[in-house]
Design a binder for this molecule. Sequence first.
Ligand SMILES: [Zn+2]
Length: 190
Amino acid sequence: MDEANERVEKIGETSGCEVQTNQEPHEGMGFESESAAKSFYDDYARRLGFQTRFLSSRKSERDGSVISRGVGCRGGSENRSKGHESCSAMVLLKKEKLGTWVIRRFVRDHNHPLVPHSHISRRELDEKDIRIQELTAELRVKRRLSTAYKEHLITFMKDVEDHNGHLSTKIHLVYDNLKKLEREELLRRK
Ligand SMILES: [Zn+2]
């Protein structure tokens, strides 16, 4: 099964705003929020093989909120005569009166080759994710273990201290006995 068929989730909730993530952008396409529109374009970019960037935005004079936003391709081409020419592929998103966001302009063509993610690299990415999760879990276990070790060590050191306490009492006794013997010895010699 290809990736486009796997991902058929709806972004918009309002009727007439229903969008499937495997669609190509087109003018008039609506979204429930700016971020939903942005992530739709990001998904599309990932599928086609380019990276996105924010372009210009326009703010409302009334309340300063963003009312239009361009999201475009990050790529470009190197040209001998003109130097770097940035790619003009983009979507222009505009906020509608009811708070929905609509694609008002769509530029499809890129001035550079696209590098779609192959299924293998996608799988590698998944494997890396899994590995990171495993390592995180391992680290969590190690941290728990090290707490347990620390507790063991503290108990052990406490035991040693107690033991030392006993030992020093014993040493004192031996020392006292020795002193007593010495004294007796001295008395005997006199
Ligand atoms: Zn491009």
